[in-house]
Design a protein around this ligand. Sequence first.
Ligand SMILES: O=C(O)CCC(=O)C(=O)O
Ligand SMILES: [Fe+2]
Length: 358
Amino acid sequence: MTPPLPEIPLLDLSLAQRDKPAFIAQLRGMLVNGGFAYLAHTPVSKELVDNMVDSTAKFFALPADVKDSVTMNDSAHFNGYLRKGSVENPTREQFNYGDDSGTWPAEGAPVYHKIHGSTPWPDDAVFPGGRAVMKDYYTQLKLLSLQFTEYVAEALGLSPDAFESISEPDVAMRQLRCKLLRYPTCPPSTTGFVPHTDSNFLTYLLQASDEPGLEIQNSSGEWFAAPPIRGTFILLTGKILEKVTHGLVKAPLHRVVSPTQGTRYSVGYFQGVAMDTRVAETKFEFPQELLDMKRARQEREGDTTEFRFTESDKIPTGEGVLNFKLRAHPLVTYKYYPELFPKFFPDGLPAKYATAAH
Ligand SMILES: O=C(O)CCC(=O)C(=O)O
Ligand SMILES: [Fe+2]
């Protein structure tokens, strides 16, 4: 393994077995002072990661008509394939999938429960073994993230099960999703994905090729390259974790610059919380030691503004996610959420989608 970059900490998960207090202290520093790290020596096997890397490239190499046959436009749950060419994805292609065990929400359940559900998969005849590998990867990342969440709680001075209070008892309903990404060769300095913070709880990124491109901003506003290091994941804290900790943890800005040669692949595992959680209603008590660490960081950054919830923190997280997705995917809204369509598209389908709807 290449030595870690000085700007981006490397968390060795095996240390949690050998010297837990040392691991928890490292994790605490990472959470409060940056919100990003390489994560090494996880229980996810090298064989599975290799298979996932292989299956990701094979998925995107499928003929265009096969990929279009599993389009996200035919999924009420926003799973499936997205061609390049949208405002958010001018150059990259994407495939989203989650747990397939979803059932249509019961009568009277909030409409955002529909986010959870099956994925359209390419037939095994054209994508042999790919689906099985991807589902296995999802399961292993789910197990990793459940264990890791306990460490995060401990590092923040809470009891290991503290975040169970914002988690759905049915694990499948916790908004856990994988996102496969392909970034093709582009002219120098082409944006692959704009600067953003992730909106979820925690993200685990597998950089599934040797092409660099991911960049992360530290709390002083400097951008650093986070090149792929084999055998690691990039861990990024998201806005939900930032909010439920009242800014004790900060979600880092990150972006992707498209490769100038070769193709960059990446697989994100996005860990959410229970859809019904209203972040503005969560209450966790943090020890003074952590509040002091936050204060020291804020003084270093020269920003001591008090944390405030926004209006959107008062609605269920599932509703916020749904609103975002409805706006981003007009055809899905038109087909599967007709009662909400006029609210988001009062002028009807945008022209580029109008023919596709029929
Ligand atoms: O391509 C990557 O490695 C990161 C993508 C990303 O940040 C995102 O999709 O939220
Ligand atoms: Fe991201």
